[in-house]
Design a protein around this ligand. Structure first.
Ligand code: SAH
Length: 232
């Protein structure tokens, strides 16, 4: 991209992404406007459309990539959906998923809804960081159980809270983890960057049909930090 969106405010940044046609879905824009990026990356200029280091070889993804993930999975998110966010890092996208569940519930006129989002992150310091960030944003996320942050190897998913209607993987896999495909519900979707470490990867979309068949579609080239072993 030859230019980069930036603003003095979170709302301004998201409005720009809408103006440039990068965010098309109004509900996605709204949940991103409600989720202040400065609470998830403590930098001088958080409202720039770029990734930032959050330490421990991790980055908070660029806002346009968060928007892409939310728009791509949008149709799989109803008030009853179970969502898995692998490599949840800062917790920003996890919070957006939770807000999307709530927005869908409000739209459907439901006060109570059964959906939730599970963020799985392997680095204990980032687990701690994301819990702090989520609580500074809205303590109800974790208190109400609509967001669960689990420490563990995301390649194994989280069977306990699955199966999932939507799975987002925020770090690149050399090979698609079997467990994640297994924990994807019928009529569910997973998006995952697949490819070699430190090089360009392909964002792959996996749809599981009613009969359990997997349909793969390559969406675009991306560069993500790798899914790794914790001590690698
Ligand atoms: N969506 C997050 C992306 C964070 S970067 C955000 O925007 O904040 C990718 C994350 O994946 C890092 O936090 C990294 O620690 C985590 N990660 C890498 N390998 C992992 C693994 N095997 N299991 C769980 N998390 C992993």
């Amino acid at each position: 991209m030859a230019w980069r969106s930036q603003s003095e405010t979170n709302e301004g940044l998201i409005s720009q992404l809408q103006e440039y046609g990068i965010i098309k879905n109004e509900m996605v824009a709204n949940v991103m406007k409600q989720t202040d990026r400065k609470l998830y990356c403590r930098v001088a200029y958080p409202y720039v459309d770029r990734p930032y280091s959050i330490g421990y070889s991790a980055t908070i993804s660029a806002p346009h990539m968060h928007a892409f993930a939310l728009e791509n999975l949008f149709d799989f998110i109803t008030p009853e959906s179970k969502i898995l966010d692998v490599g949840s890092g800062s917790g920003f996208l996890t919070a957006c998923f939770a807000r999307l569940l709530k927005a869908q519930a409000e739209k459907a006129g439901k006060d109570e809804f059964s959906g939730y989002v599970v963020g799985i992150e392997h680095h204990p310091k980032l687990v701690e960081f994301s819990i702090g960030n989520l609580n500074s944003d809205d303590p109800k996320f974790l208190d109400d159980g609509k967001v669960k942050i689990i420490q563990g190897d995301g390649r194994l998913g989280c069977e306990e809270h699955g199966p999932y209607d939507a799975i987002h993987v925020g770090a690149a896999a050399v090979e698609v983890p079997d467990q994640l495909l297994k924990q994807l519900k019928k009529n569910g979707r997973m998006v995952i960057p697949v490819g070699p470490q430190g090089d360009t990867q392909q964002m792959e979309q996996f749809d599981k049909t009613e009969t359990g068949e997997i349909k793969k579609k390559t969406l675009m080239s991306v560069v993500y930090v790798p899914l790794t072993d914790l001590d690698a």
